[in-house]
Design a protein around this ligand. Sequence first.
Ligand code: G4P
Length: 528
Amino acid sequence: MKYEKEINRRRTFAIISHPDAGKTTLTEKLLLFGGAIQTAGAVKSNKIKKHATSDFMEIERQRGISVATSVMTFEYKTCLINLLDTPGHKDFAEDTYRTLTAVDSVILVIDSVNGVEDQTRRLMEVCRMRDTPVIVFINKMDRDGKNRFDLLEEIEKELKISLHPMTLPINSGKDFKGVYNLHNKSLLLFTANTKADEEDAFVISNLSDNILDNKIGERDAAQLREDVELVDGVYGELNVKDYLAGKIAPVFFGSAVNNFGVKEMLDTFINVAPTPLCRETSVREICPGEDKFSGFVFKIHANLDPKHRDRIAFMRICSGKFERNKYYHHVRLDKDIRFSNPYSFLARSKDVIEDAFPGDVIGLFDTGNFKIGDTLTEGENFFFTGIPTFSPEIFKELVNKDPMKTKQLEKGIQQLTDEGVAQLFTQFGGNKKIIGCVGELQFEVIQYRLLHEYSAACEFRALPFYKACWLTSKDEKKLEDFLRFKQTNSAEDKDGNPVYLAQSEWFLNTEITNNPDIEFHFSSEVHK
Ligand code: G4P
């Protein structure tokens, strides 16, 4: 395999969680271990606060921060780790889903007090679509959380994944004494604010040893012995193959803010997490070890300066070696382009890089050439598949407030939807432009950016739709008739695919029942 050494040392992953579970805190601790930052507090939370207001400067500022922290690359032991950040705010969930297409595995953070939350469920659904390997970190053990076994059961049931505990906690909240590592058979006693280089776990290979009672007290020692016996009997050794297939998730307990239990997880992570994986394309499977370079764009970030419309396209490298100033083939545009200033995202600075390998994410300056899902190759024509688009949740008609600026508005909305800020649907017949978003905040961002970057004033008119379904049928005539008959509910997406906009679940179910020859899809692919 070409570039074997480079490929085998890379781990590309994302941390996902419901807001406030501790994603930012855990990210920071991982960076501390990687030596990428020196002090806690260096990584700003890029979440837009839950009570996001119309403070656009704040949104802009947050956008700036999130470019800088979008990809964090650091070294740990022999590995080169690419950590892809995902926005915490629910309104930007689509961005998160797309980022998940660019990683090989994820760490899922769950708050031990709140257990499985809304966003946890949705994110796991996306992981399950791709069988992404998941490691679970149960956070905030220093708080009075749910019972450990109840939590495990809840996670298994709610997230439909089998768990494999790697550590077991000794109590929680003020009685939290630490964790026992089932794999190393070592006890790690809880101390607040553990240092990155501290190694205070000690091995207790024989749990009946009195030393355990001395360390944590008789009652807790007895409980731990019981827990370990139970867990060992049920789970045994971790089956790494099942983890890699996305069937079993190893679980760690800890407290991110105290840097407790994080190192155990990171050490396991670098051992078991997948190296860059093969990926499906429209033509064949592409594996990282192939000689020729290929990669795809999964995220586009607008420039902070509204006077310059250039953007940064984030590209995941899938095979071969990327080189600065070399011409690559842009498959969709059928044109060759080269990049003189590709970015790497070493956590401390944005550096221009000479080359990059599979698993890496690079930032490419873009003046409007890229759309989400675009593929670059060394000449071969294929698209990476599996980049999903989900139904928006709020739909509004885009109303032009200044007829003299129609062109600017069209261009602006085209570019913003290329970036994946929102989805654009055009109603059949009426030519009404419908914008679909996951949250209200995105409409504010669009309105603001159209005005400031494209000088186009617009407003939005609420529409009574709740879901978009992409339609296919073997019987084209039936599909055509349906679209004509349901004109007010029919539209096409940006790529011309027919879409049914449902007013309510009842309407949707009725149409599904009444039209057995038409298939209603709840997600679509950027390239089919
Ligand atoms: P997010 O990125 O997932 O949204 O969560 P974030 O890391 O910002 O953490 C959310 C809150 O939870 C923060 O408190 C953080 O300090 C706290 N937290 C994280 N890990 C732990 C833990 O192990 N134990 C406890 N008790 N708290 C934890 P905050 O008050 O919202 O912010 P801050 O002022 O502390 O930064």
